[in-house]
Design a protein around this ligand. Structure first.
Ligand code: PMP
Length: 294
């Protein structure tokens, strides 16, 4: 149960955490957000999430209402106040109250909202047996139109692709860019395993630079003896891959069993993915133990 919400500098009861109907966050999706995990009461990769949040805000000409330190402290206080051991934190900056018109500079004061809650994960069996996904027809918004590093409050491009997944009876959809290359999923990044090598689309494909993606490239895969190649990935390569897995703050590392109903590899989670899932969990628990110890 959520006990309190961080709202512009203090913790308030959920029923008092309200925004104006004139907030451009509501009127235009003008604002940005972050999703962060809590493991064993410790906020995972807090610095990276705070940096990405502040960068998202600056990319939309929204001067962050708090400093990096203030934001980190507020996140930790909100987690503590809600006694979250294993859960999820949503940090939101809205543009603030303004007039009815697009001009963001009519909005004087941005809002900072932090919600800490429990998280409902994919079922554990999916981590063992794999997840069925589809390739969405709808392409990812091109970088030239909207920088994918902006985790904006307007996620409609991803939501509409997610609806395609839901209609197909699966939980996630792979999104291609407008050139037809693999970009990412609606809320996760994607990796392929082929002949013992791990490959992921490079950032020019137009995807969010996932913090879990970076953790896998820089820490988890090397700890398992793999390096990751980031390059252009063609749609056809997906069907020829030995294994495919997705990464994200909520999903962690999860194997894909089929795409558009066609099995990937032998249709079960492959050995490389299983090793990475296990290594990811080991590293997350040891990171949390270390931060509890200080
Ligand atoms: N892509 C998109 C579009 C996302 O929304 C997310 C989730 N934030 C990701 C990828 C994965 O990023 P992260 O590992 O930082 O959660």
């Amino acid at each position: 149960m959520t006990r309190s919400i961080w709202m512009n500098g203090s913790l308030v009861a959920p029923e008092d955490a309200t925004v104006s109907v004139f907030d451009h966050g509501l009127l235009y999706g003008d604002g940005c957000f972050e999703g962060i995990r809590v493991y064993g009461g410790n906020v995972f990769k807090l610095k990276a999430h705070v940096e990405r949040m502040q960068a998202s805000a600056r990319r939309i000409y929204l001067e962050p209402p708090c400093t990096d330190q203030e934001l980190s402290d507020a996140i930790e206080q909100t987690v503590e106040a809600n006694r979250i051991e294993d859960g999820y934190v949503r940090v939101v900056y809205t543009r603030g109250k303004g007039s009815l018109g697009l001009n963001p500079f009519t909005c004087e004061t941005p809002s900072c909202i932090i919600i800490a809650d429990t998280i409902s994960l994919y079922p554990e069996s999916m981590y063992r047996d794999g997840m069925a996904v589809i390739i969405a027809d709808r392409p990812r918004v091109p970088i030239e139109c909207l920088d994918p590093q902006i985790k904006s409050l307007n996620y409609l491009n991803n939501i509409l692709a997610k609806v395609e997944a839901i209609e197909a009876g699966v939980l996630e959809a792979i999104m291609l860019n407008t050139q037809g290359h693999v970009a990412e999923c609606t809320g996760d990044n994607i990796f392929l395993v082929k002949d013992g090598s791990i490959i992921t689309p490079d950032t020019s494909a137009g995807m969010l630079h996932g913090i879990t993606r970076r953790f896998v490239i820089e820490e988890v895969a090397p700890a398992c003896g793999y390096s990751v190649e980031a390059r252009t990935v063609e749609k056809e390569e997906l069907f020829e891959a030995d294994e495919i897995f997705l990464t994200g703050t909520a999903a962690e590392v999860i194997g894909v069993s089929s795409i558009n109903g066609k099995p990937i590899g032998s249709g079960v989670v492959g050995p490389v993915t299983l090793q990475l899932v296990e290594q990811f969990r080991l590293m997350v628990s040891s990171a949390c133990e270390q931060s509890s110890a200080v």
